[in-house]
Design a protein around this ligand. Structure first.
Ligand SMILES: Cc1ncc(COP(=O)(O)O)c(C=O)c1O
Length: 412
């Protein structure tokens, strides 16, 4: 099973969904006089923004569209550079490209998230934003990244797709930057198959997010606002069906978090004494999602042997999430031959080049790292080995023993 939320799909989701289906009204807008309109998307926006401690939220149809809405809504566009980690899902970069800005790849450190030191090195007069991605449920170094953004007058966008429900020093991820985005696809903490959300405290940004996600309209429109649309938008609206499932899933968040943290603690303790084995640095052990446990081995050779013995892969080979495996980025394969935004006349920087080996620190760490699933089994993350949400302590202990047996052959 892909992610923790998906494993708990049950009667509660069915009830929520049936309520909408039986009412027969599936669109996010409706009149409060209409008893068939259940306002599920509106309720979801209210609930998530309240939990995140934010003022505004717009539900959308995916985490990718949430990123595009956030960037465009904050005014990122032609001529701008956005600093993004080389270890992330392609959507972090593709959303920058479709906002017509340039992704500037930066190193990750032992958190496997953006390295603030490298972010500083990558800032140019064209930098508009830093995109912090909270990979594998672990918040990035948000204090440092927000300080850099404030000091240099940059925007901080948090891509929280993999960290819904995580917090950093008591605050929800997504609430520390100028905007935060979430994903509800099948691999995420809670899910409706697909879905996303963008949150912010800035009213002007919210109005732009809303308009961009719905043909330029203002928030919570009741009709078509001819003559009053400030710009051209698109349609990234969420349906009532998706929101109904997500409302039921949201009520299971506490249960999901407790289970993941318990299983992760147990598995981690059971293997922590292995010589030479270390763990990825977690910025907030209480607040992270605990969806994965990442071990870091002394050498690439040892890591590869252990991964093979476990039937999994080192993170560097895991596929989707590593810049070295993103041929469409490395070769700047844009949808039309003109090559926008890389050839955009508004872009005044030198030609942007991406290549394997351009992030040696990231390459080194990811070639020595193995992701063990605690609740996210995703071939794209290389987490084929591990446990799932439903597994009890016996399975956790068995997996730990299996890991020890394989690792002990190579660790002294
Ligand atoms: C880090 C990150 N950003 C963005 C996304 C995009 O989310 P979605 O699949 O909902 O479009 C994902 C999804 O896997 C992700 O992992």
């Amino acid at each position: 099973m892909p992610g923790p939320g998906m494993e708990l799909i049950g009667e509660e989701e069915k009830r929520e969904l049936l309520e909408v289906l039986e009412s027969g009204y599936l669109f996010r807008y409706g009149s409060s006089d209409n008893p068939a309109f259940k306002a599920k998307v509106y309720q979801l926006e209210q609930e998530v923004t309240r939990l995140a401690g934010m003022r505004y939220g717009v539900a959308v149809n995916s985490g990718t569209s949430a990123l595009l809405v956030a960037l465009s809504g904050l005014g990122v566009g032609p001529g701008d550079e956005v600093i993004v980690p080389g270890y992330t899902f392609i959507a972090s970069m593709s959303s920058i490209i479709y906002a017509r800005a340039i992704p500037i790849l930066a190193e990750v450190d032992r958190t496997l998230n953006l390295d603030p030191e490298d972010v500083r090195r990558k800032i140019t007069p064209r930098t508009k934003a830093i995109m912090a991605v909270h990979m594998l449920g672990n918040p990035a170094r948000l204090d440092e990244l927000r300080a850099i953004a404030d000091e240099r007058g940059l925007l901080l966008v948090e891509d929280c797709a993999q960290a819904f429900g995580a917090s950093y020093k008591g605050r929800w991820v997504g609430s520390i930057g100028h905007a935060g985005t979430y994903s509800f696809n099948i691999f995420k903490t809670i899910t409706a198959g697909d879905g996303g959300m963008v949150v912010s405290n800035d009213e002007a940004a919210y109005r732009r997010f809303f308009g961009f996600h719905d043909q330029g309209h203002s928030p919570l429109r009741t009709g078509v606002e001819v003559g009053r649309r400030p710009f051209v938008g698109l349609d990234f609206r969420m349906t009532e069906l998706t929101a109904a499932v997500l409302l039921a899933q949201l009520r299971k968040l506490g249960q999901i978090q407790a289970r993941l943290h318990g299983n992760k603690r147990r598995l981690k303790q059971a293997i922590a004494d292995l010589p030479g084995l270390s763990f990825r640095e977690i910025t907030d052990p209480e607040g992270e999602c605990a969806t994965l446990l990442t071990v870091i081995l002394p050498t690439e050779e040892i890591a590869r042997k252990i991964a093979k013995g476990l039937g999994t892969k080192v993170v560097a080979d895991s596929g989707w999430h590593v810049y070295t495996n993103m041929e469409q980025i490395l070769e700047k394969r844009t949808i039309t031959p003109e090559g926008c935004p890389f050839t955009c006349p508004y872009y005044k920087g030198p030609e942007v080049k991406y290549s394997k080996g351009m992030l040696p620190q990231t390459d080194d760490l990811l070639s020595r790292a193995i992701n063990i699933s605690i609740g996210v089994s995703d071939p794209g993350l290389g987490s084929a080995f591990g446990v799932t949400m439903r597994d009890d302590v016996d399975v956790v202990d068995a997996r730990a023993a299996e890991f020890r047996k394989v690792a002990q052959q190579y660790l002294r």
